[in-house]
Design a protein around this ligand. Structure first.
Ligand code: DAV
Length: 356
């Protein structure tokens, strides 16, 4: 390579839909139940808080987890067969207890959901300051990958390390109230509360992402990006990607229970996601069945969808998309689907303006 030839950025991803070339796919191996903290009450399915009060740090249910790990591996293999470069986090011990001077946790969680932790904005990778104490060291499983991306030319930012002391959490949070379970004590966010639309990034405030965190990210990304906060109707908000999915320039899949019209999308075609098909008795530990719409776009025509979400497959097919069916219900149980378990590192295409 000559010195004058611009180096192809090893990380470059500006949208949710440009042709996918390289992706990190998470791992559930060694996953443990999160250690309870009161701010989780606002986002957990009914019945789960009681379970977490005594299972924090203990292994996730083995048989179900084993099937979910196979589903994840099969999904990763499918992406590789499509010619996409797939990277995986390291297998690390999530069961180790840890503490700061202010608090302790019975263990970590898993390295299954890189979307929660890593935000790729163009050629920069941002490590999110997550508000669940058990996730404080989750980035360790990704550090070899991040270092190698940096060595190859990527930008690398870590948000200010949060204290996660009691001041961050609302002591008396009533989870039916309009308040969030976290305060504005310090910047925190999960990367999954953001969606990328070229120069514009759309964010939701949630029970894991505060306005301070959104402001920090907007500042840290500089003039190339503008972060817009939108309002949704989701009393249990945690992660925007079961509420909105950007499928192509001008096409947005929305959760009809949560989406509130926003002028940012006034010229966009809005497709309402049909009801999820998951049976009521299916175990869901950390999220709602609306992860049915947590799809991954391979390009602006092709979408990976859970095989049993037939109504969604029909809606997307009628809208002109090719759906790639993949079995993923056991992964759902542990908190997410195709968008959550991935962090796209490289998509073709550069920065454009899609929102006016
Ligand atoms: O339950 O709708 C799903 C996203 C979790 N990472 C929910 C949130």
């Amino acid at each position: 390579m000559s010195l004058t030839e611009p180096r192809r950025a090893v990380i470059s991803s500006y949208t949710e839909w440009d042709p996918l070339e390289e992706v990190v796919v998470g791992r559930l191996d060694g996953g443990v139940f999160p250690t309870w903290q009161p701010s989780m009450a606002a986002v957990m399915p009914p019945g789960v808080p009681g379970l977490l009060r005594y299972r924090g740090g203990q292994n996730l249910p083995g048989e179900h987890l084993g099937i979910a790990c196979r589903e994840l591996d099969d999904f990763a293999d499918m992406l590789a067969r499509e010619g996409i470069e797939v990277r995986r986090p390291a297998v690390v011990d999530h069961s180790a207890e840890f503490a700061t001077p202010h608090w302790r946790t019975s263990g970590g969680l898993y390295a299954a959901m890189p979307r929660d932790l890593l935000l790729v904005a163009g050629t920069t990778i941002v490590e999110a300051p997550m508000s669940w104490r058990c996730r404080y060291h989750e980035v360790h499983a990704y550090r070899e990958l991040i270092k190698s991306y940096f060595q190859a030319g990527a930008g690398w930012l870590q948000a200010p390390q949060p204290l996660l002391t009691d001041e961050l959490f609302r002591a008396e949070h009533d989870h039916e109230s309009a308040d969030y379970a976290i305060t504005e004590f310090e910047p925190v966010f999960d990367a999954a509360d953001f969606l990328r639309f070229g120069h514009d990034i759309v964010a939701q405030q949630s029970h894991v992402t505060n306005a301070f965190g959104i402001r920090w990210l907007d500042w840290a990304l500089g003039d190339e990006f503008q972060v817009h906060r939108i309002t949704v109707n989701d009393p249990h908000a945690m992660h925007i990607d079961a509420t909105l999915a950007a499928l192509a320039p001008g096409v947005l899949l929305v959760n009809p229970e949560r989406y509130i019209h926003n002028d940012l999308f006034k010229d966009w075609k809005i497709i309402e996601a049909p009801e999820p098909t998951l049976p009521a008795e299916w175990p869901m530990y950390f999220c709602s069945p609306w992860v049915s719409m947590n799809v991954l776009s391979l390009d602006e025509r092709t979408v990976v969808v859970e095989r049993q979400e037939k109504p969604l497959i029909d809606v997307l097919t009628r809208a002109g998309f090719d759906c790639f069916p993949v079995d993923f219900r056991h992964v759902y149980s542990f908190g997410g689907s195709f968008h959550c378990v991935t962090a796209d590192m490289r998509r073709a295409g550069g920065p454009e303006t899609y929102l006016t």
